[in-house]
Design a binder for this molecule. Structure first.
Ligand code: IYR
Length: 224
């Protein structure tokens, strides 16, 4: 291995086999009650919780540790209204035919449509941006690697962190998403990756039956 500066691994925890088994079961039980929901309460959520979850997302493995992501946590009612208006305008075109018959058909069991009131009701929207390169202080551009993979993993960490502290989320990818760059005033080296809606579920929140159906292990994994 090439010479590089390194520290001893100090914070790894080894669990006894029985505890390892129990933790694997517990984690599965915990994560399988995460559901994407579309009815949010306007109950406030403290900013510190969102900050901690973003810090957790920032620990995700990524290409060359360039951490090619930026999170814009939107709490301002005014900004949320802008996001809703523009997302709904794009989604209306999508649901009126731009999505194509096949895609629109695939969405029918989810009951989604162009109406996105949760973009205003939820206490937080987190716009996630990917950085194809990073502008350094000396003006040079640093290339980033495996950007989509890296930002995808960080987004997964974020969703998991938010679920872990008792918040519901919805992943939203309006198409096109470029309006988020403008609203959030992001630089040209960044592209919007995803919008997360975050908050408490409304009292009458539902989960589409279609979304509950997860493929069994035998279908998603092969052991060789
Ligand atoms: N972006 C649209 C459509 C949509 C697409 C997929 I793939 C979904 O899983 C759900 C919705 C919308 O948010 O309504």
């Amino acid at each position: 291995m090439q010479k590089h500066d390194a520290l001893p691994l100090k914070d790894f925890i080894e669990y006894a086999p029985a505890e390892m088994l129990s933790r694997s079961e517990q984690f599965y039980t915990e994560i399988k009650r995460r559901h994407s929901i579309r009815q949010f309460s306007d109950r406030p959520v403290p900013q510190t919780i969102i900050e901690n979850c973003i810090k957790a997302a920032g620990t995700a493995p990524n290409g060359a540790n360039h951490q090619p992501w930026h999170f814009v946590a939107i709490h301002s009612r005014q900004v949320k209204t802008q996001v809703r208006e523009q997302a709904e305008a794009h989604e209306t075109g999508f649901y009126e035919g731009r999505g194509g018959a096949q895609w629109l058909d695939a969405l029918k069991p989810l009951g989604t449509d162009a109406d996105k009131p949760y973009l205003e009701h939820a206490p937080w929207l987190i716009a996630i941006f990917s950085q194809k390169n990073t502008q350094q202080e000396d003006g040079n551009k640093q290339s980033n690697y495996y950007v989509h993979e890296s930002v995808g993993i960080a987004t997964g960490f974020l969703i998991n962190a938010l679920h872990h502290c008792g918040l519901a989320t919805l992943t939203h990818t309006p198409k096109p998403m470029s309006f988020l760059s403008k609203i959030c005033d992001r630089p040209d080296n960044e592209r919007p990756y995803m919008l997360l809606i975050v908050g408490y579920p409304a009292e009458d929140a539902t989960v589409p039956r279609h979304a509950i159906n997860k493929k069994p292990l035998g279908e998603i994994a092969t052991f060789i």
